[in-house]
Write a protein that binds this ligand. Sequence first.
Ligand code: DAH
Length: 343
Amino acid sequence: MNDYTNEEIKVAREKLLQHVENNPSDKSVLKSDIFKDLFKKLSSIPSDQKKSFGEQINNLKNEIADSINSEEEVSKKPPIDVTAPFDKNTPRQSRPQTLNAEFGTIHPLNTEMSKIIGIYSRLGFSVVESRQIDNDYNMFEALNFPEGHPARDDYDTFLTDNGLIAPAHTSTMQNRILRANKFKLENGEPIAFVVPGRVFRNEDLDATHEHTFHQIEGVFVDKKINVGNLIAVLNEFMNNYFGENVSTKIQPFYFPFTEPSFEFAIERPQSLKKGNAEADNWLELLGCGMIHPEVLKQAEIDPAIYTGFAWGGGIERLVLMKNSIEDIRHFESGNLDFLRQFS
Ligand code: DAH
């Protein structure tokens, strides 16, 4: 660290660092009145002090110049050692050199998530984020996959040594949401939630498969709810999201936690047409169905009184199609050249 003995330099340094903290890319600070005053002072002080004072001004200028982010410096920053902890008491000079937010961009997945969540919020759904570590009960039992159920194999994911699970879908949140909100049913209100989150699968990686991706789940329970309500909500969402009237269809499918279960498909809308090689015009976007009575019972909700629907689908696929991105692995790569295209 530079040794500043002069009191005026110390005061100027504090002010300059504060300015850089608030305006991390403002180079004009090097020509600010603070420096002008210091140089003025230099010309008026006794000559035996000039050398040391002049050196301190120069050191200060270099220090401040170093702390300003510039485009070239972005690529020069050393990699951060994530194993080296620091906190607010660690001197500035010893902290990792991070880039300021101005150089960042919103990740395309987050842009899409915000848009999706915004629409569901306007449709009256509350939002709860899913967990990134869960247990067998929430991943399987509560969703009507008892021990040994063959459908467990479709959700092959990662386990910790003590048996916790990296969730393979956002449906792991269903039981928690139903339990925590069943009081609403008793008050005559529906349970209406969407659950965005990160999910994990034991996949062989390729251009369309990642071990880590994102889903958004929806859960709705009330009296007298039927498949028509499910389709109405999803259609409303699709029309809003794509900004045009989208043709949709459902086809029968199987999930242990819904009965009946469906795959929901849309006819490729205008915004997903650009430069896309996929020939098929029907795109399967999500799984859905009427919540299985067993799933309601697991949350101590009486399926003879209440019914509900749920759905869940991936986010990456949509973003890939919308932006003609050729490889899903870009999303988690941290490749700045890729991310900057979305600024
Ligand atoms: N969890 C399912 C999956 O990842 C998707 C799904 C299907 C979610 C039907 C639901 C549902 O809530 O009702 O494959």
